[in-house]
Design a protein around this ligand. Structure first.
Ligand SMILES: Cc1cc2nc3c(=O)[nH]c(=O)nc-3n(C[C@H](O)[C@H](O)[C@H](O)COP(=O)(O)O)c2cc1C
Length: 359
């Protein structure tokens, strides 16, 4: 009922209410049960495609296993919800094109794509109904994507996720900006991106909703972003401590037990800063200790397995399974504010109530 009081997030013919996208969380953090539960609440659930191919049929190549695992994950999600949901695909993946094609073939609601700029994504999706939503961190990136897509493919993004520096996972800012807290505020970035978007909207007569992300925690935060001109928000960190999120209890405990100072930024083998929760394993990799691994596949374009001192995928799979002495949790800057595990329904209701109170 209360959901009706929030504005719809309208992405072409996709109508999302409450206007919340659950951010994709790689290496099995956002899988079918979480994404479906979020979509069932009217928001947009998102499964993350990275890290699904690590297990499964070892007689198949990594590429084949990854494709099969993504297709199965999409089909499992479809069994749990009749509502649209999205797939997150990181541009840094070596098998980006394969995964995007699977998502298109399966007619998912949206492909949301960051950790690099998805400049060629429309070439994989011509004629498809799936909405194409790049993740950007600046007005420059918004301009580059819009211009490139227009010139090469005669189309514009269906929406843009603007991810600020308080986000979890990989962050599109310089390492130095993050550790010295000299990054721009999401609010300022949003106003700059809206200016760029307005220009393209006016020229094309197409609406490009901007979805704000990174550090959004309460209904009050959502209200603030919408007042500034965002059409919706993307939130990830808050969805980790839900019953439906698939990670181990140990992973969730890292969130529940961490203090503000435990949430730090490391330079990941992706070649971008990443926000993680400090533990003994993080301290080991921070000292440069070489943690032996065999790279059975090159999952990231940007990772040099000879230079990397640990395997990111393996560390995240370990954490997903609960082996925190050989892995770590990624999180947004606000993870320390979470103090309990609740259901997706409770979380969404809390956000809606918070939004209404903030009006
Ligand atoms: C555990 C975790 C894993 C993430 N993995 C991905 C990912 O695979 N791909 C991606 O584009 N973003 C990833 N993100 C970023 C989120 O999708 C989201 O945009 C961001 O975290 C929003 O900020 P918030 O966590 O403060 O709400 C991840 C975030 C977290 C917390």
């Amino acid at each position: 009922m209360a959901a009706k009081k929030l504005p719809d997030l309208i992405i072409d013919d996709l109508i999302i209410n409450p206007p919340i996208i659950q951010g994709g969380m790689g290496v099995r953090v956002s899988t079918a049960p979480l994404a479906a539960a979020v979509s069932n609440e009217g928001a947009l659930g998102v499964i993350a495609s990275v890290g699904l191919g690590e297990e499964g049929r070892q007689d198949l190549s990594y590429e084949e296993r990854s494709k099969m695992a993504l297709r199965e994950m999409i089909q499992e999600t479809k069994k749990l919800t009749k509502k649209p949901f999205g797939v997150n695909i990181m541009c840094a993946l070596t098998n980006y094109d394969d995964l995007a094609k699977i998502a298109i073939e399966e007619e998912v609601g949206a492909i949301i794509s960051g950790a690099g700029l998805p400049l060629h994504l429309p070439s994989l999706a011509s004629g498809a109904k799936t909405k194409l939503i790049p993740i950007i961190s600046s007005d420059r990136a918004a301009e580059l994507i819009c211009k490139t897509w227009q010139r090469r493919y005669n189309r514009l993004p269906d929406a843009l996720v603007l991810e600020g520096a308080l986000a979890g996972g990989h962050i599109g800012f310089k390492f130095g900006e993050i550790v010295t807290s000299t990054f721009p505020a999401l609010e300022d970035l949003l106003l700059n991106v809206l200016k760029v978007v307005k220009k393209f909207e006016a020229e094309s007569n197409k609406k490009i909703p901007v979805i704000a992300a990174g550090g959004i925690f309460t209904g009050d935060d959502i209200a603030r972003m919408l007042k500034l001109g965002a059409s919706g928000v993307q939130m990830a960190t808050r969805f980790v401590c839900t019953n439906e999120c698939d990670v181990s209890q140990e992973y969730k405990d890292a969130y529940l037990n961490c203090k503000k100072d435990d949430i730090i930024t490391i330079l990941s083998p992706v070649g971008m800063p990443a926000r993680v929760i400090r533990n003994k394993f993080v301290e080991r990799i921070e000292t440069g200790e070489k943690i032996k691994f065999k790279c059975p596949y090159r999952c990231l374009k940007t990772c040099d397995p000879y230079a990397a001192n640990y395997c990111l995928a393996q560390a995240l799979v370990n954490a997903y399974r609960g082996n925190m002495s050989e892995g770590f949790a990624m999180s947004g800057a606000n993870a320390y504010r979470i103090d309990k595990i609740i259901s997706v329904k409770e979380l969404v209701n809390e956000l809606i109530e918070g939004y209404i109170t903030a009006q």
